[in-house]
Design a protein around this ligand. Structure first.
Ligand code: ATP
Ligand code: MG
Length: 322
């Protein structure tokens, strides 16, 4: 058992928010238990600490006043899960490669590409790409909610942006400015408001000045809406699109592979049906069909089931369009 002194120190370090001290005391406790012959308990305690280290290395705690604008998660996503054209895949690989060898580039006076713009229709893999960059590079993944920044903090958006760019400078991570259109639309448009112009100008300035070690990714549904001045601030622009026929096949095969036996679904029959749906919708239809199979005690998803769930997504989609 822990001594009274150790317990008091544990409680104190918790309330002092002193994580390092807390962990040191816990490790001392583990050593103490091991000495007493309680080896299983000692091992369990050490494992708990190891786990918390792995997680805390990756999540960034933010100031309370930024909590609703930015959040940090851990990403375990891999590039192999992403179904995109060879061109986009090669560009993502280049971002990863340049990041991993940034010191080599630096020696020759070059920076790795780290300000990236992703554009494309909803559900085609933009957010997923940002999360993959974090997963592959073992960096925390932080999302900044641009629409919230603009709607909730009217009048103080530039100040908030400054705080966010300070975080980017001080904490190496992948930062996704999601729903970037919220500020990125052409400054000359009729519905433009002064505040929006100021925010966009501030963003342009911050992104230009940024020389951090973080990756900054912005995602938008329409590159056409964006201000031309933005483009030259980005090192790379990746344009996503709806899946092609071979993408659809790969997507369905990948998604079902964890559940279905190979070949139990007629991909030829399904592919045509799924065209016009986004990657996200096809993924959902696969998941719905798998869930249905599980609840009906079936070993495999059948072609009919998948056609049904795809059809459901399609009709929902068409209704949404009208
Ligand atoms: N290219 C893709 N390859 C594999 N899976 C995908 C792809 N695109 C989307 N998905 C699946 O759909 C989910 C949602 O996609 P994601 O959030 O990346 O879309 P998005 O392009 O960011 O859409 P939005 O513009 O609405 O934000 C992903 O988590 C993934 O499961
Ligand atoms: Mg997204």
């Amino acid at each position: 058992m822990a001594t009274a002194e150790q317990l008091k120190m544990l409680i104190k370090s918790h309330f002092d928010n002193n994580n390092d001290r807390f962990k040191t005391i816990v490790l001392q406790l583990a050593a103490h238990e091991a000495k007493q012959g309680h080896t299983a308990l000692a091992r369990e305690i050490r494992e708990l600490i190891d786990k918390s280290k792995a997680a805390s290395n990756k999540v960034i705690p933010f100031n309370k006043d930024l909590n609703d604008l930015i959040y940090s998660t851990v990403s375990g996503r891999k590039l192999s899960d992403l179904v995109v054209s060879d061109d986009i895949k090669a560009r993502i690989e280049r971002i990863l490669r340049e990041f991993r060898q940034r010191d080599r580039l630096k020696k020759h006076g070059f920076n790795n590409r780290r300000k990236i713009l992703l554009s494309g229709p909803p559900g085609t893999g933009k957010t997923m790409t940002a999360s993959i960059l974090a997963g592959e590079l073992h960096l925390p993944f932080c999302t900044i909610l641009m629409d919230k920044l603009v709607t909730k903090y009217m009048g103080e958006t530039s100040a908030k942006l400054r705080q966010i760019f300070e975080i980017i400078r001080d904490n190496q991570a992948v930062y996704l400015f999601d729903e970037f259109d919220a500020i990125g639309s052409e400054r000359g448009l009729d519905n433009d408001v002064g505040e929006m112009r100021r925010v966009l100008n501030a963003f342009l300035q911050f992104i230009e000045q940024d020389d951090s070690h973080s990756l900054i990714v912005s995602a938008t549904n329409s590159v056409k809406l964006l201000d031309q001045a933005l483009f030259r601030r980005f090192d790379d622009i990746l344009c996503y699109d709806y899946p092609t026929e071979s993408d659809v096949r790969r997507l369905i095969a990948n998604r079902l592979s964890g559940f279905n036996k190979f070949g139990s679904v007629e991909l030829n029959e399904i592919t045509g049906w799924a065209l016009t749906l986004s990657h996200a919708e096809i993924t959902r239809a696969c998941d719905d069909a798998i869930k249905e199979a599980i609840l009906n005690d079936l070993e495999n998803v059948t072609t009919e089931q998948l056609l049904k769930t795809l059809e459901e997504r399609k009709s929902a989609y068409n209704r949404g369009e009208n």
